[in-house]
Design a protein around this ligand. Structure first.
Ligand code: GNR
Ligand code: NI
Length: 174
């Protein structure tokens, strides 16, 4: 298992749409485990493959509370097949935009079809933090970041700040 470097704003990789996974094999499962290890280490509650530089449609999540048992999810080729009419607002963050948080409104419930880590078709209906997180992660697969859901003024400020930081750091990997 390996912790992978995270890709940070404003790396253009984060704007690339990810490709459909064609086969679920041991290599892919090993990569999913690396993603989970990277996510737990960060720590975060979700991670899309593109955030470690792989433009493939896979995400991992674990929204369990610290005191509870781990509850890792691996979703391959996830698709939102329905969204509820109610919305909910969460203060979101992103491992690719460290230490920046903003409120985002999204559908409160979603149903997602996906392949599980064995390549079997699966479906889940989520609400609460799980629903918010899975939408945030699926956005990543489409090159969309949570700052795209806030005002342009705020977004421009964040991008400017991270562009400056990247120049100081000499790159967009952490
Ligand atoms: O760790 C994360 N926390 C979080 C909090 C609120 C809404 C979404 C998230 S996802 C984020 C990890 C991440 O960047 N995933 O892409
Ligand atoms: Ni994110």
């Amino acid at each position: 298992m390996t912790i992978k470097p995270l890709v940070l704003l404003p790396d253009p990789i984060l704007r690339q749409p990810s490709k459909t996974v064609e086969r679920v094999d041991d290599d892919l499962r090993r990569f999913a485990d690396d993603m989970l290890e990277t996510m737990y280490d960060a720590p975060g509650i979700g991670l899309a493959a593109i955030q470690v530089g792989e433009p493939i449609r896979m995400l991992v999540m674990d929204v369990s509370k610290e005191e509870d048992e781990k509850n890792p999810f691996v979703l391959i080729n996830p698709e939102i097949v329905s969204s509820g009419d109610d919305v909910s607002t969460y203060e979101e963050g992103c491992l690719s935009i460290p230490d920046y948080y903003a409120e985002v409104e999204r559908p409160a419930t979603v149903t997602v079809n996906y392949l599980d880590r064995d390549g079997n078709k699966a479906s889940l209906t989520a609400d609460g933090l799980f629903a918010t997180c899975v939408q945030h992660e699926i956005d990543h697969l489409n090159g969309v970041l949570f700052i795209d859901h806030i005002s342009k003024l705020k977004r421009d400020m964040v991008v400017k700040k991270f562009t400056k930081l990247a120049k100081q750091r000499g790159g967009t990997r952490l």
